[in-house]
Design a protein around this ligand. Sequence first.
Ligand code: CA
Length: 220
Amino acid sequence: MRILIVEDEPTLRAQLAEGIGAASYAVDVADNGIDAHFMGENEPYDAVILDLGLPQMDGITVLRKWRASGRTMPVLILTARDGWHEKVAGIDAGADDYLTKPFHMEELLARLRALIRRAGGHASAELVCGPLTLDTRNSRLTVAGQALALTSHEYRVLSYLMHHRDEVISRSDLVEHIYAQDFDRDSNTVEVFVGRLRKKLPPGLIETVRGLGYRLTSPP
Ligand code: CA
């Protein structure tokens, strides 16, 4: 899952990038509204954390422009204390959730997980596919009840597939959702991660759909 963080205050931006990165998300950052708008228009983010008070273009305008052009990714806005009018304007502009500054990273991460889950049509924090259970609250995978350790990139690949189970996901989709923008992307590495996952998981869960990509399904 890949997240865009838009925050002009350097300390908070760094804290957000660190906290969200540590939770196994790929993270891109923007420090002004113009860059944020461009990135949100052109990159397939799974969610956006959007500060409203931004240089060059304010957050409400950025959000309105995204929604007007049909961008539907979940957006959580960061608002000032006592900024109830900002919350109303933000929600009316298309925000899915808000958090008032200052906030606890744990709360932000919980809201982020819920937004991503709901965007994929999942009601529960635990994603299940056959013998696999992925607890998105702590990034833990169990196979038939036994914990299985994954590297950060293996987790990102499997988490994306589990959020989109039974869908065919192309290799380029996976690349775009597991790497940050400035990462040296190589779609061959996706094959490597899928290969490693297949070795760790029970057989038959990750199908290769020739010419199209991969599909995570529970075998009959
Ligand atoms: Ca700000």
